[in-house]
Design a protein around this ligand. Structure first.
Ligand SMILES: C[S@@+](CC[C@H](N)C(=O)[O-])C[C@H]1O[C@@H](n2cnc3c(N)ncnc32)[C@H](O)[C@@H]1O
Length: 225
């Protein structure tokens, strides 16, 4: 069983030139494209593809991860994307499970994509993410769906790190939140590069757990009147 700590993730990033595809996550693009850009918080930002995409779409981004290797790589990628992108992203090294971690900054979009932490720490992480959403802002949590535990595509083998969007939705106070999505979405995930001879990709259908909720309040950048 993996430990899920910073040393585990650092070793994983160190072992490969790129762990992730470099493309932004599908559910982020689907959900954030129609939002009015403001301040975004990307928690567990990894190699930075989502933060870079958000910056390219007008957001100012605070991107948090506890792997220094991941952040270094992410910063270099942002530099390559140009000053207008790099200048919009603040990379922050922090462990969101740490008991003494300072509060996360308030943001109009709080996104955590495939941030899987051990079950006993998930509640604390979740309340930090929830608290960070500004009035009128959006919480977007995307993870591997629990039904993917036995997928042929590489997935965490530890049942304890999965969460269900319905359970998260149940934690949100209806007076303060509007749940806009709490569901599983199927997606085809490639497992290796295109097979040019046959013109297709190998892979499998996977499921993303998606929770999107809006904190009641004036829409970001609008007055309360
Ligand atoms: C599965 S990766 C996803 C990376 C990125 N969001 C993406 O979708 O490509 C999970 C990321 O969360 C980070 N992470 C895991 N636990 C964390 C914690 N307690 N505090 C901060 N970052 C964490 C890991 O270092 C890793 O980069």
């Amino acid at each position: 069983m993996a430990d899920w700590d910073a040393a585990f993730w650092d070793a994983r990033y160190r072992s490969l030139d790129a762990v992730w595809s470099g493309a932004p996550n599908a559910q982020l693009v689907a959900e954030a494209s129609a939002l009015r850009p403001g301040v975004a918080l990307d928690v567990g930002c990894g190699e930075g593809a989502d933060a870079i995409w958000l910056a390219q779409h007008g957001w100012t981004v605070v991107a948090v991860d506890f792997s220094g290797y991941a952040l270094e790589r992410a910063g270099k990628r942002a530099d390559k994307a140009g000053d207008d992108v790099a200048d919009r992203i603040l990379w922050r090294l922090a462990d969101v499970t740490a008991e003494d971690d300072p509060r996360l900054p308030q943001a109009d979009l709080v996104s955590a994509q495939f941030l899987h932490v051990p079950g006993d720490q998930w509640r604390r992480v979740l309340s930090r993410l929830i608290d960070a959403v500004a009035p009128g802002g959006t919480l977007l949590l995307v993870g591997h769906d629990p039904s993917d535990l036995h997928s042929t595509v590489s997935r965490p083998k530890d049942e304890d790190v999965y969460w269900s969007p319905v359970d998260v939705a149940a934690m949100l106070d209806e007076e303060q939140w509007v749940v806009e999505a709490a569901e599983s979405r199927e997606r085809f995930q490639r497992t290796d590069p295109v097979d040019h001879q046959h013109g297709h990709h190998h892979g499998d259908v996977v499921r993303d757990a998606v929770l999107r909720a809006r904190r009641r309040g004036p829409a970001p950048h609008q007055s309360a009147e």
